[in-house]
Design a protein. Structure first.
Length: 224
């Protein structure tokens, strides 16, 4: 009798745990379903809003450990960034000269660089208003620019542009961020191609890894 009761309790606990895990899985799928990757305009807006919401949700964690911003960027933003395409664009003509192993290492190091760069940029965010441009017809487009403005009282709007490309399955991913007319991809390409030519691709991979491993610092507005 006692054995049957214990078995019943064990089964109940197992069932509750299974239901809890299933609920978490369903919640994760539901969050993923909220992102419409078939529409670049909707995707950029949803991903941005979801990332900002996570920023507010985890603000205490960020204050105690600024590197937590890297986790937010990794989990909320990077699934929708075509970092390999961006990395190969940055390599330019050196792409053909590299080995498959070097290309893979460069892409992963560039991913880490982007995560650290975006995470550090997030330290400037203090609940400013974000405005997204209305969607345009993109049915025949392979690449689109999604314009965004960061609105802060007493300052001119900060103009951003997310460049996105259509993938083979008709989904979209962003590959470049243009801030006030300056392309992150173009500026890094000019910088890194020269370094690759002068010091080699392995050296540049090391530099990217070093940047990706750097800690995020919270700086007060106006400080340098």
């Amino acid at each position: 009798m006692l054995g049957m009761v214990a078995l019943s309790i064990s089964l109940s606990v197992f069932s509750a745990e299974a239901q809890s895990q299933e609920a978490k899985s369903q919640e994760a799928k539901s969050q993923e379903a909220m992102i419409n990757s078939q529409d670049p305009y909707a995707m950029v807006e949803s991903v941005a809003n979801k990332t900002f919401a996570r920023f507010h949700q985890d603000i205490d964690l960020i204050k105690s450990n600024p590197d937590h911003l890297k986790r937010i960027v990794s989990e909320e933003l990077m699934p929708y960034i075509d970092y390999k395409y961006a990395a190969y664009k940055v390599m330019g003509s050196h792409l053909r000269e590299s080995t498959p192993e070097q290309r893979e290492a460069f892409a992963e190091a560039f991913k880490g660089y982007l995560i650290a760069t975006y995470a550090q940029a997030f330290t400037e965010y203090t609940n400013q208003a974000v405005e997204f441009e209305p969607a345009k017809n993109f049915s025949n487009e392979k690449m689109v620019d999604v314009n965004v403005q960061i609105i802060e009282q007493g300052r001119p709007p900060i103009k951003l542009q997310f460049r996105a490309r259509r993938l083979k399955d008709d989904s979209w991913k962003a590959f470049d961020l243009v801030a006030e007319g300056v392309s992150l991809l173009s500026s890094k390409s000019a910088e890194l191609t020269n370094l690759i030519r002068q010091q080699g691709i392995d050296h540049v991979i090391g530099l990217l890894k070093q940047h990706g491993d750097s800690h995020i610092s919270l700086q007060k507005k106006g400080s340098k």
